[in-house]
Design a protein around this ligand. Structure first.
Ligand code: KIV
Ligand code: NA
Length: 277
C-alpha cells in the first residue's frame, strides 16, 4: 500500500472506498496498525484516559501528547498520522493554534492535526490551514467540552441539533479542513448531511453513511477497563489474557518455576570453582 496522504484520502472517497482509522499511542501499536493496513492513525487525546489514567481528555498537556505522538511516528510507514490538539492548546488565538500545530508537525512528526467543535474553532482551523498544516475537524459529541459540561450524549437527535452539527461541519469544510470526524451523531442525521460534505467524513458512532470509521485502540482490542460507549465494537478482549499472563508470571516467580535452566546463563565448572576458592 502506498503511503497515505491528504490527497490519497480524497481519492479513496472519490472511489467510494471506505477509510480505516484507529487511534494509537505508542510505538508497538503504531507498528501493528501499519502492518494491519489502516489508512489513518490518530494519536487521540483519548490517550488521557486510555494510557495516562486521567478521568477525561481535559488534563492532557501538549508535552504529554507530543511524547506519545513521536513514538507513534517512529512506528509508522504507510498511514497518515494525525495529532489531536489537546484542550486549551488552540482555542485562545490563531497564533496559539498555529504554534501548537507546528509543534505537532516538527516535534511529533504529524502529517495533520485535529481540533474539536465549530464556533471559534472554525477560524483556528482556517489559520492552521493557512500556515500550511492540514486540519481534521471534529463535530457532534466533542469530548473536550463534554467533560466540562458533563454532557456525553449523542448530538443531533433533534432536527435543530442536527442542523447545528451540520452548520459546524460545513463551516469547517469551508475553512479548509481536509476531513471531518463525526462522533455520536444519529445515522439518519449523518446520512442527510453527507451529500453536502465533499471532504472525507470519518464516523465514530455516526452510522454507516460516512466515508470511513475510527475506533479507539483500547476499545477495539478490549484493553480499556472503563465503560464503553454504544458505538464500541470489541474485536478482541485482550485485557483478560494480559492479566492472565502477568498472574501466571507472578505464580511462577513465587513458586520458583521461573526462571528455568533455559532462562539462565551458564558458567564453566572451572571458572565456578575458581570463584568459590
Ligand atoms: O481522541 C480520540 O480518540 C478521538 C477519536 C475518537 C476521533 O478524537
Ligand atoms: Na480526541
Amino acid at each position: 500500500m502506498a503511503r497515505r496522504t491528504v490527497s490519497s484520502l480524497a481519492a479513496l472517497k472519490a472511489a467510494g472506498e471506505r477509510i480505516v482509522m484507529v487511534t494509537a499511542y505508542d510505538h508497538p501499536s503504531a507498528q501493528i496498525a501499519d502492518a494491519a493496513g489502516v489508512d489513518v492513525v490518530l494519536v487521540g487525546d483519548s490517550a488521557a484516559m486510555t494510557v495516562l489514567g486521567y478521568d477525561s481528555t481535559v488534563p492532557v498537556t501538549v508535552d504529554e501528547m507530543l511524547m506519545l505522538t513521536a513514538a507513534v511516528r517512529r512506528g509508522l510507514s504507510t498511514p497518515l498520522l494525525v495529532g489531536d490538539l489537546p484542550f486549551g492548546s488552540y482555542e485562545t488565538s490563531d497564533e496559539q493554534a498555529v504554534a501548537t500545530a507546528q509543534r505537532f508537525v516538527k516535534e511529533g512528526g504529524c502529517d495533520a492535526v485535529k481540533i474539536e467543535r465549530g464556533g471559534t474553532t472554525v477560524q483556528r482551523a482556517r489559520a492552521i490551514v493557512e500556515a500550511g498544516i492540514p486540519v481534521m475537524g471534529h463535530v457532534g459529541l466533542t469530548p473536550q467540552t463534554a467533560a466540562i459540561t458533563g454532557s456525553f450524549r449523542a448530538r443531533g437527535r433533534t432536527a435543530n441539533e442536527a442542523l447545528a452539527v451540520f452548520e459546524s461541519a460545513l463551516a469547517l469544510q469551508d475553512a479548509g479542513c481536509f476531513s471531518l470526524v463525526f462522533e455520536a451523531v444519529p445515522a439518519a442525521a449523518t446520512a442527510a448531511m453527507m451529500p453536502e460534505l465533499h471532504v472525507p467524513v470519518i464516523g465514530i458512532g455516526a452510522g454507516d453513511a460516512t466515508d470511513g470509521q475510527v475506533l479507539v485502540w483500547h476499545d477495539l482490542l478490549g484493553i480499556y477497563g472503563g465503560p464503553a460507549a454504544r458505538f464500541v465494537k470489541r474485536y478482541a478482549d485482550l485485557r483478560q489474557p494480559m492479566t492472565d499472563a502477568v498472574a501466571a508470571y507472578a505464580d511462577e516467580v513465587r513458586s520458583g518455576a521461573y526462571p528455568a535452566p533455559e532462562h539462565t546463563y551458564g558458567m564453566s565448572e572451572d571458572e565456578a570453582s575458581r570463584l568459590r576458592a
